[in-house]
Ligand binder design. Structure first.
Ligand SMILES: Nc1ncnc2c1ncn2[C@@H]1O[C@H](COP(=O)(O)OP(=O)(O)OP(=O)(O)O)[C@@H](O)[C@H]1O
Ligand code: SF4
Ligand SMILES: [Mg+2]
Length: 340
């Protein structure tokens, strides 16, 4: 890894919504992302993992500038992009592209693939039609599709092929960082494997860096250099894939891994279900946000929010009881702890 990260997030928080509703009732905003600090280094694959609604997509959209951070700052190649004027921010952010959770949504159903892909190049200033045509044909080949696919329409492609097309669309814009939002969701296992292999190939070929958003822990384990576990807008554990999967420490990580099928056939020990539902993201309670679901919580966990802190080398955990979480997490049973 290089010393200078390609992307840096410093204490980034994002608030969404919040307004006067029907009959002047106040609708509270959602604290979708809370004080997230992360570095993404050139060439690495950093995975962002967490249950539905924890803020993964919001964080991706914020990095891209589609959503404004309410606090904190974002740096690309060491340069602050938060607060830049719109045109300067657009230029600075052009090294980052986003591959949408819904691959089909990125393609216009009424336009041929060639027209959609060429349009992206046109918007980015490629004026020469034959250059656009040649670049689209070469990119279709790079993602494993026949260049004649350019004449076809989105409904003529399978789910796996749509993923390839969505990748071609963003790669034409020559990003250095790709935010891949659930790139294999909804695909069957064999197609998933070919898409993942393609992602690894493309990373080599185009010297890409990935922020990989996924629910699928076996995919994350296979692909990632580092893993960030997110719970209710916060990063609660961060480390190399080997450490997070080998020595999961935060009680939430332990529960997630205990429930998931693993590449190695091993499962982490610990309660295999996260009990209950996550708290309402519109209500901010004091202390640790995992409190109500944590098998080893103690009253003190309500007093202050645990910060992400090193527990060893490159391994950070946000838990007041991180030292005992490993040990106690193995034996704590769901509901065994009574809390104040
Ligand atoms: N436009 C919006 N206005 C208000 N709240 C929103 C908006 N978009 C998302 N949210 C809320 O923000 C939180 C984070 O949503 P987000 O889509 O980032 O989660 P996610 O981790 O990507 O979930 P999933 O795994 O289901 O894709 C959720 O509570 C969601 O309901
Ligand atoms: S701080 Fe307390 S409630 Fe939160 S995860 Fe750690 S032990 Fe559980
Ligand atoms: Mg999402």
């Amino acid at each position: 890894m290089t010393a200078d990260p390609l992307l840096t997030l410093r204490d980034v928080s994002v608030r969404l919504g919040g307004r006067k509703g029907f009959l002047q009732r106040t609708i509270l905003p959602v604290q979708a992302v809370k004080q997230v600090s992360l570095d993404l280094h050139s060439g690495e694959i950093l995975s962002l993992v967490g249950e539905s609604g924890c803020g993964k997509t919001t964080l991706g959209r914020t990095i891209l500038g589609l959503q404004r951070e309410s606090e904190g700052e974002i740096l690309l190649e060491g340069r602050r992009v938060s607060g830049l004027a719109p045109e300067a921010a657009r230029r600075a952010r052009s090294i980052v592209q986003y591959s949408h959770q819904d691959a089909g949504a990125a393609l216009d159903p009424w336009w041929s693939i060639g027209r959609t892909l060429e349009e992206g190049l046109k918007i980015h200033g490629v004026r020469n039609a034959s250059e656009r045509h040649d670049r689209v044909a070469a990119m279709l080949q790079a993602v494993g599709l026949d260049p004649t696919s350019a004449r076809r329409y989105p409904h003529e492609f399978s789910g796996g092929q749509l993923r390839r097309l969505a990748l071609a669309r963003v790669l034409l814009l020559k990003p250095r960082v790709l935010i891949l939002d659930e790139p294999t969701s909804g695909l069957d296992m064999s197609v998933q494997a070919t898409v993942l292999n393609l992602l690894l190939e493309l990373r080599e070929r185009f010297s890409l860096t990935y922020l990989f958003i996924s629910h699928d822990l076996s995919v994350v384990e296979r692909l990632s250099d580092r893993v960030a576990i997110m719970y209710l807008g916060r990063i609660v554990e961060l480390g190399t894939a080997k450490t997070v999967f080998g020595q999961p420490t935060h009680p939430y990580t332990r529960t997630l891994l205990a429930a998931a099928p693993r590449l190695t056939g091993r499962r982490a020990s610990g309660p295999s279900l996260v009990r209950g539902d996550p708290p309402n993201p519109r209500l901010i309670l004091p202390g640790c946000s995992f409190f109500d679901r944590c098998p080893i919580a103690e009253p003190a966990c309500r007093q202050s929010t645990p910060k992400l802190q090193p527990v060893a080398g490159d391994h950070d955990v946000a838990c007041h009881r991180a030292e005992m979480a490993g040990e106690e997490g193995q034996t704590a049973s769901i509901g065994a702890k009574r809390r104040a």
